[in-house]
Design a protein around this ligand. Sequence first.
Ligand code: ATP
Ligand code: CA
Ligand code: CA
Length: 180
Amino acid sequence: MIEREVKLKLKSPSLEELEKLLERRSVKLDEEVQEDIYFNYKYRDFKDSDEAVRLRKSNNEYELTYKGPKTGNYGKSREEITVRISEKDVQNINIIMERIGLYKAFTVKKTRKNFKIDSYIISLDRVEGLGDFVEVEGQDVTESQLKDFFQKFIDDFQIKGEVTNISYLELLLRGYDKSK
Ligand code: ATP
Ligand code: CA
Ligand code: CA
């Protein structure tokens, strides 16, 4: 219910090199091709309210997610509610969204490779138009546990990059330069 994660724009090693290291030193989970449609709302701008409504296609599965405003002081923590949707319901979900005033604002595409170390999921993300990122999400951990794990993780794997609180969507909307 509470999502706690840190996002880093990867400088080094390369995503491929980091993947090889993680294959040796963590538990490999699934690989996903994700297409996310973010909605905005006629009656309240989600950019201002810091909320998100998203329809995600991940490989061949669909899910609908609500995210609440960010809280806390480190990384990103927020309420997250997700429901699975069967393919045959996607069309009707889209119609319901439209009827109540939710409209499609932007699409984000990426590939995501997931790994697990202890209670943490490490995602290697290659985002179309943005470049390579690493996300670390803690399951049932406190902000300070996430912070400590993340610090140790980047030290152990000698990861260089820039930690950011900015979402993929916002980075794309800003026309973020991936050469930076
Ligand atoms: P997840 O961690 O759930 O797999 P993700 O890693 O693909 O998601 P993030 O960048 O972590 O993507 O989160 C999506 C972000 O998009 C949210 O932080 C949300 O606040 C932001 N967002 C949603 N709608 C808008 C909007 N209309 N304008 C700007 N930002 C938005
Ligand atoms: Ca994320
Ligand atoms: Ca997440």
